[in-house]
Design a protein around this ligand. Sequence first.
Ligand SMILES: [Zn+2]
Length: 263
Amino acid sequence: MADDAIVWRPVRRLRAHELILERIEEEIKAGRLGVGDRLPGERQLADMLRVSRASVREALRVLEALGVLTAKSGSGPGAGAILTARPADGLGDLIRLHIGLSNFSPAEVVEARAMVERSAAGFAAVAAGETELARLRDALEQMEDTSLTLAEFNAIDTEFHVRVGEASKNRLVGQFMQALRDAVRRQAIEAIAGLGEWPETAGSLRADHVRIFEAIASGDPVEATAAVDAHIRHAYPGIPRHEPKPAARRQARPSSFSTPPRP
Ligand SMILES: [Zn+2]
């Protein structure tokens, strides 16, 4: 036989639950299944797909772990697995799990957030329309309440940053922001508690957010980027570790190849 004879590589055998996942993914891609839709029951799915109920259960567990499915047990009208609308939950859980396994540190999560958020704020300054600005203003107004506890303030603070992400006109960025914040919520609250007396801290954080909002509202990507950067350094002293170079900061505007037009 010649040296260049065919090499028969072994085929990868997909397990039943992986095939079920593929089938569900196909239905989602085809638009026949969407957020809020209920999947057929376990027995029905097993019958239709001609697989065991154990395989169906395994596939549903994987989807649940990925945060795209909420399973409700029982047999009433509310029972059955529903495709969920909160991809950030799954992403946040996953990031938290990896922090737990020390695959990366909370500091790295905050740094990643700073990197994403600098870009998002720059894009938001260029792309945000009246609707997005109104949503940001609404979060700012909620922050004005001086009776808010640190945890309550933090929830609105998160909402503000998610809205900045959404204002960049990329839904994944908003969800990613939510996930990154959810993953380090406890550390964030501890870091802010360590900044000093809460009423004073709340006041200075409010001022940070007003600066970010004004930069976005006035369509100034360079100022928006700088404002977000200053805010994250303020809220997490010592993080991020990597100082952007002054030259890089001067040019810190969104790249022009994908700058969305101002609506
Ligand atoms: Zn904030």
